[in-house]
Design a protein around this ligand. Structure first.
Ligand SMILES: [Zn+2]
Length: 183
C-alpha cells in the first residue's frame, strides 16, 4: 500500500495537509499569521480512501470531500476549526482547490519500525531448555536446577554403600544389589 497524502494551499498563509493512514484520515491545517505559526490537526476514522479527496471552496469556507470504503464524508475546514458535516453541502457551483500529491518517496515501512514488547521474564523455553523465575528454576534435558526457595537438600537421600543405588531411608536392604543397609 502506498502512502496517500496531499497538500493544498488555501491562501497565502494557510496550507492544508491530508493523509490516509490505514483507516485514519489525518487533516492538518497550518496557518501563519504575523509570523506566528498555528497548526491544528485532527484524525478521523474514515476508512480507506477509494479516490483522491476533493477540496471545494464554498461560501462556508473550504469543504473537503472524502470517499472511502465506508461512506462519503464532508469536512468543513476553517481557520477556527475543522468539523465533520452531518449533511452534504450544496457543492454544485463550488470551485475545487487543486491538491498536490505527495510522492511516496520512501518505502512505507522504513519509518514504521515496531518493536515487539519484551516478554516478561517469567518463563523461557528453548529447545529442551526451560527457565522460570520465582523461584528460579532451570531445566535442561533431564537436568534441573532450582534457586530461591528452599530446595530439599539432596544430602538427605541415601545411597547404597555397596553399589551406589539410591535407597529410601526406611529401606533395610538395597533394592538393587540386596546389600544390607546400616541405619
Ligand atoms: Zn546396592
Amino acid at each position: 500500500m502506498s502512502l496517500m497524502a496531499y497538500t493544498a494551499n488555501l491562501g497565502v498563509n494557510q496550507q492544508l495537509y491530508l493523509e490516509n493512514q490505514g483507516t485514519q484520515t489525518l487533516i492538518s491545517l497550518n496557518s501563519s499569521n504575523a509570523g506566528q505559526q498555528q497548526r491544528q490537526s485532527i484524525s478521523l476514522t474514515t476508512g480507506n480512501w477509494t479516490v483522491p479527496p476533493t477540496l471545494f471552496t464554498t461560501k462556508f469556507g473550504f469543504v473537503l470531500q472524502l470517499d472511502t470504503d465506508k461512506r462519503q464524508y464532508f469536512i468543513q475546514i476553517q481557520a477556527n476549526g475543522i468539523n465533520t458535516l452531518n449533511n452534504a453541502p450544496s457543492l454544485n457551483n463550488a470551485e475545487t482547490v487543486p491538491l498536490q500529491e505527495i510522492a511516496d518517496s520512501a518505502p512505507q515501512n522504513s519509518n514504521k519500525i515496531e518493536f515487539e514488547p519484551m516478554q516478561p521474564m517469567n518463563k523461557m523455553k528453548m529447545g529442551n531448555m526451560s527457565m522460570s523465575m520465582n523461584p528460579m528454576e532451570m531445566r535442561m534435558g533431564n537436568m534441573s536446577m532450582k534457586m530461591g526457595k528452599k530446595v530439599k537438600s539432596t544430602s538427605t537421600k541415601r545411597f547404597c554403600t555397596q553399589c551406589g543405588h539410591p535407597v529410601n531411608k526406611s529401606d533395610r536392604f538395597c533394592s538393587s544389589c540386596g546389600h544390607q543397609l546400616k541405619d
